[in-house]
Design a protein around this ligand. Structure first.
Ligand code: SAM
Length: 268
């Protein structure tokens, strides 16, 4: 058997399949999630059930979203897991997570995410911030580093600003490639995301905030005066108390929000 076959399933690269195969790391992830029978738990990409099984042992019930039809079928017919799972076969990037809300209990979402789509998937999940209690995701370590980076660092960029706009982001576990089958080429890490209260998220339009970040960081060597010239003038930046000769990497989250809100108020 090659390294690509795990528990009788041939890993599909196009679905970002790298299966966890290390009980010590799995234990640590489950401890971080801390599942309870009263929780409304959702797993993205359960795969062959490496995290699913120990979580269900503690929670008794779990909703999963899995794109791979064969893996979804396998879970539905699993003798022990099947009856305790609600399986949605489909793309998590198109999934309406708010449809899973029951009563007042917010969602607790987790997953060892497919690395090939992790950034768009995170942006999709951020849209449900108000309906989520917390999220735990295994990602490429470099992606986690970008999510938690602050101004003045190389890793600081659009993903840092948008992540920290929606959530408190805390790295919790580092995971080497040897813990997966097949082993990915990169190091991994688990991040805990705790959505901020709606009052703390003061952008008038997240779309405009995202556009400002795109423009500013697309040309990160340029000063704001130049990179944001399509959106506002140097004088208008100065009027907000923001030095137009600074670069995007020196601008804090609250300054990005101020810029975005000014553009929102001043453009139709
Ligand atoms: N949770 C398993 C584990 O830790 O061993 C599998 C993790 S594997 C890195 C990613 C999983 O996400 C695979 O099962 C893959 O089929 C699934 N997947 C890939 N793209 C997806 C998508 N867009 N929506 C839902 N699941 C997806």
């Amino acid at each position: 058997m090659t390294d690509k076959v795990h528990l009788g399933h041939r890993a599909r690269k196009r679905f970002g399949q790298n299966f966890l195969n290390d009980s010590n790391i799995i234990d640590k992830i489950v401890t971080a999630i801390d599942p309870k029978p009263t929780d409304n738990l959702v797993e993205i990409g359960p795969g062959l059930g490496a995290i699913t099984e120990p979580v269900v042992e503690l929670s008794d019930r779990l909703t999963v979203v899995e794109l791979d039809r064969d893996l979804a079928e396998r879970l539905i017919h699993h003798p022990f897991l099947g009856p305790k799972l609600t399986v949605h076969q489909g793309d998590a990037m198109k999934f309406d997570f708010s449809s899973l809300l029951k009563g007042d209990a917010k969602l607790k979402i987790f997953g060892n995410l497919p690395y090939n789509v992790s950034t768009p998937l995170l942006f999709h999940l951020f849209e449900f911030a108000d309906q989520v209690e917390h999220m735990h995701f295994m990602l490429q370590k470099e992606v986690v580093n970008r999510m938690v980076a602050g101004p003045g660092t190389k890793a600081y960029g659009r993903l840092s600003v948008m992540t920290q706009y929606y959530c408190h982001a805390i790295p919790v576990i580092q995971v080497p490639p040897t813990c997966f089958k097949p082993a990915p080429k990169v190091d991994s890490a688990v991040v805990r995301l705790i959505p901020k209260d709606a009052q703390q998220r003061s952008a008038k339009s997240t779309k405009v905030l995202n556009t400002v970040c795109l423009e500013a960081f697309n040309q990160r060597r340029k000063t704001l005066r130049n990179s944001l010239s399509n959106l506002m003038t140097a004088e208008q930046l100065s009027d907000l108390g923001i030095d137009p000769s600074l670069r995007a990497e020196n601008i804090s989250l609250s300054q990005f929000i101020e810029i975005a809100n000014w553009i929102y108020d001043n453009k139709e």
